[in-house]
Design a protein around this ligand. Structure first.
Ligand code: NAD
Length: 300
């Protein structure tokens, strides 16, 4: 959490700020005995057992937006408010999507080691594609998906999208210039596919081997939503066998990745450690928003 946000909370409350607690569940539970509020990122699992250890808890601030690490039903049953930083890191994620899409379209990131070593792989990298004119399929058209569509339009990409909760006459399509299409059609027509939905029982493994096979062989897949939505083994095979053009993954079924992962040494694959939503600016916005929401909940 940004230091200034911790300081502002400390002026009103007795704050115990200790990021190491995430790796020490026993000490975390002990700390929660007298806690009125808890602030977490995505690694702390907020389970019934954790809530049992925190009888005074009234609010949980989430420094991010995905709530798959929080048992929201158990929180609701106990009257504990769950307070995410809705919208505060959307810009960072949207820029990550456009940046990785452009890198993968050009293939240029693969040349650094070779060029430094004196090679000149110009011919191999001369068939890169421009973002302008490419079709971007946005699966999940909530806050982040809509911002990605606006950025894509600004650089001349054609945005199409799929979201079961956004009917074709929803204003978000017109306002962002994206066209709603069924999921399979979105995958078949895409030069770039980007995923922006929560991990739920309905979205787990949504991009399985069968759906990945619908993508054109030059297509690029970007996943900043949650691991578990893409079948990692099927994706690795598609990239190794040239059935997919490239991929960028910021999230994984298990984080951190374990050594010997199916994603190791896969060609045309960018891996980042769950940082799409994390920039200096977004961390400040996220922290400030969560601090004020938690402070408000404690004052109510
Ligand atoms: P949001 O709630 O505004 O939008 C999510 C959208 O997904 C909703 O419109 C919903 O209808 C749609 N959806 C649900 N099920 C779907 C399905 N089966 N197919 C297609 N769409 C479906 O959320 P958001 O702020 O846009 O964030 C999306 C996700 O991005 C979060 O849940 C979180 O997991 C992830 N995220 C990751 C990072 C990161 O750093 N990597 C940062 C922020 C958010």
């Amino acid at each position: 959490m940004d230091g200034a946000a911790i300081e502002s909370l400390s002026r009103q409350f007795d704050v115990h700020a200790d990021p190491a607690l995430v790796d020490d569940p026993a000490r975390l539970l002990a700390c929660l005995k007298d806690a009125d509020a808890l602030i977490v990122r995505n690694r702390t699992q907020v389970t019934r057992a954790l809530l049992d250890a925190a009888p005074r808890l009234v609010a949980i601030g989430r420094l991010g937006v995905g709530l798959d690490n929080i048992d929201v039903d158990a929180c609701a049953a106990r009257g504990v408010a769950v307070l995410p930083a809705t919208g505060a890191n959307a810009r960072a994620v949207a820029e990550y999507v456009i940046a990785t899409a452009m890198l993968l379209l050009r293939g240029a990131y693969t040349s650094s080691d070779a060029v430094a070593a004196g090679a000149w792989p110009r011919a191999a990298l001369s068939n890169g594609r421009e973002a302008a004119g490419s079709t971007l399929a946005i699966i999940g058209f909530g806050g982040i998906g809509q911002l990605v569509a606006s950025l894509a339009n600004a650089i001349g990409m054609t945005a199409i999208g799929y979201d079961p909760a956004q009917p074709p006459d929803a204003p978000c399509w017109g306002s962002t210039g994206a066209r709603p299409v069924p999921l399979d059609e979105a995958l078949r027509s895409a030069d770039v596919v980007t995923l922006h939905m929560p991990l739920t029982n309905a979205t787990r493994n949504l991009l399985d081997a069968t759906r990945l096979a619908l993508l054109p062989s030059h297509a690029i897949l970007i996943n900043t939503s949650r691991g578990g939505i893409v079948d990692e083994a099927a994706l690795a095979s598609a990239l190794r066998e040239g059935r997919l053009g490239g991929a960028a993954l910021d999230v994984f079924a298990r984080e951190p990745l374990q050594s010997g992962s199916v994603l190791a040494d896969v060609p045309n694959l960018i891996l980042t450690p769950h940082i799409a939503g994390l920039t200096a600016q977004s961390n400040m916005r996220v922290s400030t928003l969560v601090a004020s929401r938690v402070a408000q909940a404690l004052s109510d």
